[in-house]
Write a protein that binds this ligand. Sequence first.
Ligand code: SAM
Ligand code: FES
Length: 350
Amino acid sequence: MHTLITEIRDKQNITKEQLQLLLETDDQEMIEELMVCAGTEAQKVYGNKVYMRGLIEFTNYCKNNCIYCGIRRDNCYVDRYRLTKDQILDCCQSGYRLGFRTFVLQGGEDPFYTDDLICEIVSEIKHQHPDCAITLSIGEKSREAYERYFAAGAERYLLRHETADKAHYEKLHPKEMSFDNRIRCLHDLKEIGYQTGCGFMVGSPYQTVDTLYEDFCLIKELEPEMCGIGPFIPQADTPFGKEPAGTLEMTLRLLSIIRLIHPTVLLPATTALGTIHPLGREKGILAGANVVMPNLSPVGVRKKYLLYDNKICTGEEASECCGCMMRRMQGIGYEVVVDRGDHPLYDKKR
Ligand code: SAM
Ligand code: FES
């Protein structure tokens, strides 16, 4: 194998020069080796198992105005919806019957869901399904709020940092949003004891090798349990609507590098990756990812949670999505497991 790849694997680290080389090379043999090596590292930790999480997109209201995001506040074409507590519980119930033991509650930053209400929803899911893990992905909150959700039973939190370069962050977000606060949130989540996920979009406008190198430095420093990366895909009604999408090729390379420098991380093959290529998620798993997140939201709201254009899986029932995902994973020699799928170093005694 190419010494560059074995060196990154053995040191579990990458220099900016190595990153630049891997992202810019057209040596297909080396890239193939990178992906095979990352796939092997994932298998050393997780075998041929892929964890499945049930995603519930419970609100598309958002008080923020991220420039890339289809559900941003200023997008007046969005048909806004909120799921009630009972609707969320119903999604969990049908997911539970399908075998899901992890639910990811994701939404825009929607003040309608007060901290009290989020705690109530989390405790009720825990009460009905004590053997399940709950992941929240509801944006930037105070430390106190994060502590309350944790006490209510949420043990995982996804908050993509979006980019670890402050100047780049400021080009992707309006002035009212703060890079420092986003990073503060991630440190608070880790300190509280959440299995914490950061992440970024691949090919977002103004992204460079330098900003990506900073993303890797953040991953090394934060040691997140999860890392969500997927291609940026333009949404026509946002200011970035005419920007080019991130590519499959670049996303796969970056997934592989993350697996090599942080081998135990839970790494999803995202819906966005499946959107830019029909076999994107399969390719993502083969390149080192080990998580998939089929959608459990009611079919009636699926098309309304359009972060980007042409999003897949917006017409199928949860059971169809689940069956489709299992067949896809079996097709590449992987087994889908529907248990909690905790991070291997996570202490389950809470
Ligand atoms: N509000 C929560 C938050 O900020 O973490 C969760 C929802 S937010 C919509 C989830 C993620 O979608 C963001 O972190 C971002 O990386 C991703 N996203 C938003 N717009 C996107 C786009 N146009 N293409 C690809 N991913 C996008
Ligand atoms: Fe809602 Fe970015 S637009 S968090």
